[in-house]
Ligand binder design. Sequence first.
Ligand code: ATR
Length: 276
Amino acid sequence: MAEAAKKAFVTGHPIKHSRSPKIHGHWLAKHGIDGSYQAIDVAPQDFAEFLATLQASGYRGGNVTIPHKEAAFALVDRRDQAAEEIGAVNTLWFEDGKLWGSNTDAHGFAANLDEYAPGWAKNGPAVVLGAGGASRAIIHALKLRGVSDIRIVNRTLARAQDLRHRFGAGISAHAMEATDELLGDAGLLINTTALGMHGNESLSADPTRLPHHAIVTDIVYVPLETPLLAAARARGLHTVDGLGMLLHQAVPGFERWFGKRPQVTAELRSLIIADL
Ligand code: ATR
């Protein structure tokens, strides 16, 4: 009997704007895999039931996005170290009958900088704007790569302080007013908030305060060049947009479900940019 088609999904609420089906669909076609990757809208009250029926529905796993990442963290049978450290799950798979959860955002963040700013982790103190879920993933990545001075700036200081306690040594927490002062000797500036996204207000951080060797990156990728990145580029700083993080975070899931390590290519990037 022929092997059943391999199935994976992305779930969120809403989900129709997700770019993940396009990314995974591209890789499935590239590798000639008999498989599918489907977007499924699941309301928060139905999420636990959705997870409980996954295996019987023939899914090998899938991605979880807003607002289900924390619920997925709580509901999986097993979590890998990245998920534990970040406190949220974006990738699910079955292994030995157990539902496993990981968080691949940290990998996506680091792999994007590895590609466009090699050596980035040695660039000195990092200023991280924001203290939400995306910030947790990025701080995990910074710590893994040995960045020893991580300065979290957040509108709500208490949330930055929570992260300082969560991640421990090398982390400091600051109110927004301190941003300019913190930038003077920083080698990395990372926006982890949705500020600067189309339709949202812009950030108040001023990249002209940074030294000339600094790298500036943003998790926002619509527009590809956010006002923050544009200001940094005008200053002659090295900038890295957020699209690569989205593409690279998809790699580990695809490999688990479909058995091939996919490549983040210029072709894939262009395909997604055409749709932004
Ligand atoms: P995510 O999981 O995407 O990181 P989140 O957990 O809601 O989302 O976190 C959003 C981040 O953007 C927070 O750091 C938030 O600041 P607060 O903790 O003070 O809410 C930040 N943010 C959102 N809107 C903001 C605004 N208008 N000005 C400054 N920071 C803002």
